[in-house]
Design a protein around this ligand. Structure first.
Ligand SMILES: Cc1ncc(COP(=O)(O)O)c(C=O)c1O
Length: 335
């Protein structure tokens, strides 16, 4: 098993990223606060150069690699944003990158990874199928195989987002984080333990792909079917490295439906002026679904990505489901 990064590794990752990625903004919006009945800080990782927080991990991994290993290039597997992160980082270093993605992944993400310079191989019904092909390619080409979930440098890199969150707001009551493999949430736990020990870190996954959630509840990594349309949360299995941190670090783990995530995407568009892909809206969806748990508190939601597909963008104009928040409706604070 890979060695778990420490808080100091995350601080060191920030040094590696200096000059490559500026800090992202974190804003609160009175209209959104009024709907939720809490002060909600939205961490805008959707404005990263590849549209997602994952870019922090890719650049950290490449920056810290021995030059001779880096020069051979990498092979990895991904549902989308990790692919773009690795492609972006490999192009920055001028080394080859091959990404295996499930065949059903959105055309937007395939196009984006290719335009960033990656060779994209479409293989497998899910991430497990892609992983098998990636393992074979890496062995055949004598290149490093990068696991999207079990690579310590990726976890340390994405942790730099939480240095920014907690340095800006050390008084948060909770930070809510979408989970696929769990690297982002595990990093949030490591940073919160140092900078904001009273802050609860709460994970969120789609109920239609609950592998990380069920692994956390079971205390061991399990496999579950992926029926969600929310790429990024659809990993199909627990990953040992992040699960090891989440086991003690995570305060709670909520499941939300894909429909609740779509409602949160519309709320972010209408009340926070921002485009989130499903995974980027999942944290807000959990806050909406558990409004009583967060009432009156100061919370941060990780808007982890903005790479919405054409279908997701079209759905932003849909009417809200019965009982959900209307896009222009606000409720009094404290509801
Ligand atoms: C936009 C977005 N949010 C959240 C996640 C989940 O992150 P992690 O795999 O670190 O749990 C991903 C994973 O790819 C993602 O792309």
């Amino acid at each position: 098993m890979e060695q778990t990064p420490t808080f100091d590794d995350i601080v060191a990752a920030r040094e590696l990223l200096a000059g490559r990625l500026p800090a992202t903004p974190m804003w609160s919006y009175p209209a959104l606060d009024a709907v939720i009945g809490a002060t909600v800080h939205v961490k805008h990782e959707n404005v990263q150069p590849v549209g997602a927080f994952k870019v922090r991990g890719g650049l950290t991994l490449l920056s810290g690699m021995p030059p001779e290993q880096r020069a051979r290039g990498l092979v990895t597997y991904s549902t989308g944003n990790h692919a773009q992160s690795m492609a972006y980082a490999c192009t920055a270093w001028g080394v080859p990158c091959t990404v295996v993605m499930p065949t059903a992944v959105s055309a937007t993400k395939v196009r984006a990874a290719r335009s960033l310079g990656a060779t994209v191989v479409l293989h497998g019904d899910d991430l497990g199928g892609s992983q098998e092909r990636a393992e074979k390619l890496a062995a055949d080409e004598d290149r490093l195989l990068v696991s999207p979930g079990d690579t310590p440098a990726l976890l340390a890199g994405v942790g730099t987002a939480y240095l920014e969150v907690f340095e800006a707001r050390p008084d948060l009551d909770a930070v809510v984080v979408p989970i696929g493999s769990g690297t982002g949430a595990a990093a949030a736990c490591l940073v919160a333990a140092e900078l904001a020990p009273n802050c609860r870190v709460i994970g969120v996954q789609s109920a239609e792909a609950p592998a990380a959630h069920d692994s956390w509840r079971a205390g061991t990594c399990v496999q579950r079917p992926n029926r969600t349309v929310v790429e990024g949360l659809a990993t199909g299995r627990g990953f040992a490295l992040p699960q090891g941190v989440l086991r003690t670090g995570l305060a709670d783990f909520h499941l939300v439906s894909d429909a609740e995530i779509a409602t949160a995407q519309r709320l972010l568009a209408s009340h926070a002026h921002t485009l989130a892909e499903g995974a980027g809206a999942a944290a807000l969806a959990a806050v909406l679904a558990h409004a009583e748990e967060f009432a009156g508190q100061r919370i941060a939601v990780m808007c982890s990505g903005g790479n919405a597909s054409a279908a997701e963008i079209a759905a932003l104009a849909d009417a809200p489901p019965a009982g959900g928040p209307a896009p222009t409706e606000t409720a009094p604070p404290g509801r």
